[in-house]
Design a protein around this ligand. Structure first.
Ligand code: PMP
Length: 391
């Protein structure tokens, strides 16, 4: 008999980003010239002092099962940076697991999670995997891809469990100002059953001042979970360390989930993350400045291409561009992205993967030479795009 998937994952497909990356890898293996701006990870190496700390930890015997919620030293370091207590911190196998733990620990069948577009692709699927329903709220470029207090108010129902905010955002790069967070907070004060999950994994890649949700809205700290980690800030995507900061009862419930699924995150990676948090921090500003230069380059290049437009991202390392002007009435953003790959060998990701058709996302966490090459390819592909309505 063939394998029958659980209902819980029946509607979950392999991420479009992964599918595209695999298609690109297959083309490359076949000898084609393919350049990908598809994936979201810094191209810089992990800082050497972080690698040295991991090495020493392994040699010293920090190789046994760590405590489920994280090593005391790392939880204390995270708590200190965040101005909270270690009991309010859980360390997990990447920010991804923090998010999954939180939904696993809190969602009952049919509970709703408010998810503004454009959103990071994984959110919707993880919500669904744990029985929740994503209440998708559309934003637009005019609103700088941000959720308005009125739209939030209109989306809340008695079944709403969470509002999911991601600032700086993947894919739009937008950062909510303290005033904008306070205005959303005001709405939430009227709805005490709604919790806030604030994914701040791109905190250190911000070109305007960044404010954490609970710093802007301290009144809601008692029902907020901050998600963060070392993946993006310290170029540590492969080390798989993220953390959640929230009220102790939530953290305890997430720890129970984690204890049954993975146990504590890798002991050696936790030692590395501790070194990243407590060691020199100057690479954060240096790398952020480099990302900003790349943002400026890619932003100008895209807006110079006929039919494409983008607004200036505040942070992260993505540009979310509009291609609607190029598309015919029956074309989709995926048609455009397929053409870009076929005609120019460039991988960019359709906006529909982020809940916002008519757009595409590219990552600029690539070298200047690669970005220059990519922009030439994109301009050429935009010029040669022929609508399905014509062809
Ligand atoms: N949140 C967002 C918005 C992300 O873009 C990513 C990585 N693409 C993650 C969380 C996952 O981070 P980690 O590597 O720590 O699991």
């Amino acid at each position: 008999m063939s394998f029958a998937k659980a209902d819980r994952i029946a509607s979950i497909a392999l991420s479009e980003i992964v599918q595209l990356s695999e298609a690109a890898a297959a083309k490359r293996a076949a000898g084609e010239d393919v350049l990908s701006l598809g994936t979201g990870e810094p191209d810089f190496p992990t800082p050497p002092h972080v690698i040295a700390a991991a090495n020493q930890a392994a040699l010293k015997g920090e190789t046994r099962y760590p405590p489920t919620a994280g090593t005391p030293a790392l939880r204390a370091a995270i708590a200190e940076v965040a101005g909270t207590a270690p009991a309010n911190v859980i360390v997990s196998t990447g920010a991804k697991q923090v998010i999954a733990n939180a939904f696993a620990a809190s969602l009952n069948q049919g509970d709703e999670v408010i998810l503004p577009t454009p959103f990071w692709t994984s959110y919707r699927d993880v919500i669904g995997m744990f029985g929740g329903t994503a209440t998708i709220v559309e934003t637009n470029a005019k609103a700088r891809f941000k959720l308005s207090p009125d739209a939030l108010e209109a989306a809340i129902t008695p079944r709403t469990k969470w509002l999911l905010l991601n600032s700086p955002s993947n894919p739009s790069g937008m950062i909510y100002t303290p005033e904008e967070l306070a205005a959303l907070g005001k709405v939430l004060e009227r709805h005490p059953h709604v919790w806030v999950m604030a994914d701040e994994i791109y905190e250190h890649i911000s070109y305007i001042p960044f404010t954490s949700f609970t710093k802007a809205v301290p009144a809601l700290a008692a029902r907020s979970l901050i998600v963060n980690g070392v993946s993006k800030a310290h170029s540590m995507t492969g080390w798989r360390i993220g953390w959640g900061i929230g009220p102790q009862d939530l953290i305890d419930a997430m720890t129970t989930v984690q204890g049954q699924i993975t146990s504590g995150a890798s002991s050696v990676s936790q030692a590395a993350a501790l070194a990243a948090l407590t060691g020199p921090q100057d690479h954060l500003a240096t790398r952020c400045a480099l990302f900003q230069k790349r943002r400026d380059k890619v932003f100008s290049a895209i807006n110079a291409i006929d039919g494409l437009s983008a607004i200036l991202p505040d942070g992260a390392f993505y540009l979310f561009a509009c291609c609607a002007q190029i598309l015919g009435p029956n074309d989709t953003d995926a048609d455009f992205c397929a053409h870009v790959l076929a005609a120019s060998g460039l991988v960019v990701v359709p906006g529909r993967a982020f809940g916002m058709p008519g757009h595409f996302r590219l990552s600029y966490a690539y070298s200047d030479a690669e970005l220059d090459d990519a922009m030439t390819r994109l301009a050429q592909a935009a010029q040669t795009y022929v609508s399905k309505d014509i062809s």
